[in-house]
Design a protein around this ligand. Structure first.
Ligand SMILES: [Zn+2]
Ligand SMILES: [Zn+2]
Length: 309
């Protein structure tokens, strides 16, 4: 178990939470993905999906009598990527230790945004002391010094394909790699920097907020969304194919879309890039260590997700 790289999706929705009967299948929480690399827990974004994740982490730590020391990477500071943090239970547990990384103009910008998210009068409880720092390095290593085999490498690509900019993350551990590219808009002919950054990743998690019809302004009642900083599923497929990714996870679903709409977007994407799944809450992808490079060994619980040869 401890040799595996596991991904679990806790929030897959873009923009704002969407509870209700029409979103039960894919879920209504905003962006949050848990990455487990051996005994380490890395969290990508703190949308409302981080709320149930926090409760689960606290429960697991109690059950295992283990340390609760998650490392959180924030893609950018839009609400749907930070709004769950005030309700993240480990932030209030004296035994827990949090490390938070993300973009910011200054070293303390990230801490100030998280702090102002939960200061009176908007929230009754303040942020306790945590390590919340803007990342100045291109690569962060998660793991104890001198513990090379346990170290997880997290590389950062600063992207401008979203209003205000966004960080794209590449997580590598024991020959496996995951790229998290949320809140990014595709370019004609693909985003070449992103393609290079995602080259050969086992899994590419990519923004796929809109149908092409919606993006182009052909969906009745909706304006064109070109320039909003989000992609269509086709754009996500183009990046996955050009990068030679093993699998593609469509992410950051449009809140106005029902389960049926997302299912049809997923079906259309599979016709372009077969190894595609639309993220849903609870989707879990498990990767065994890869001593001979990437390839077979991707296992998904509860989904059709073909093996990459
Ligand atoms: Zn977003
Ligand atoms: Zn955003």
């Amino acid at each position: 178990m401890n040799d595996q790289l596991t991904l679990k999706f806790w929030g897959v929705r873009g923009s704002h939470p969407t509870p209700g009967a029409g979103t039960v299948k894919y879920g209504g929480n905003t962006a949050c993905v848990e990455v487990r690399a051996g005994s380490r827990t890395i969290i990508l974004d703190a949308g409302t999906g981080i709320i149930p994740l926090g409760r689960d982490l606290a429960r697991r730590a109690r059950a295992d009598r283990g340390a609760l020391e998650p490392v959180i990477f924030i893609s950018h500071l839009h609400h749907d990527h930070t709004q769950g943090f005030p309700f993240f239970v480990p932030a209030y547990l004296p035994s827990a230790r949090l490390h938070i990384f993300g973009p910011g103009v200054t070293d303390d910008a990230l801490a100030r945004v998280l702090d102002s998210n939960q200061s009176p009068p908007t929230f009754p409880v303040g942020l306790r002391e945590t390590d919340a720092v803007a990342i100045s390095e291109e690569e962060v290593r998660v793991g104890a010094a001198g513990e090379r085999s346990g170290e997880v490498s997290v590389r950062i690509m600063r992207s401008y394909a979203h209003p205000g900019g966004v960080y794209v993350y590449r997580i590598e551990w024991r020959g496996r790699s995951i790229v998290y590219a949320t809140d990014t808009e595709g370019y004609v002919g693909t985003d070449r920097r992103l393609v290079e950054f995602a080259r050969g990743a086992d899994v590419l998690i990519h923004d796929a907020q809109y149908s092409s019809e919606h993006y182009d302004g052909q969906l009745p009642g909706f304006p064109s969304t070109q320039g909003y900083g989000h992609s269509t599923a086709e754009m996500a497929c183009e990046v996955a194919a050009a990068a030679g990714a093993g699998g593609l996870v469509l992410f950051h679903h449009e809140p106005a879309y029902s389960d049926a709409t997302i299912a049809s977007i997923e079906a259309g994407a599979r016709a372009i890039f077969p190894n595609t799944v639309a993220a849903y809450e609870g989707l879990t992808l498990t990767h065994d260590p890869s001593p001979s490079g990437r390839g077979a060994g991707v296992r998904a619980e509860g989904v059709q997700y073909a093996q990459n040869g």
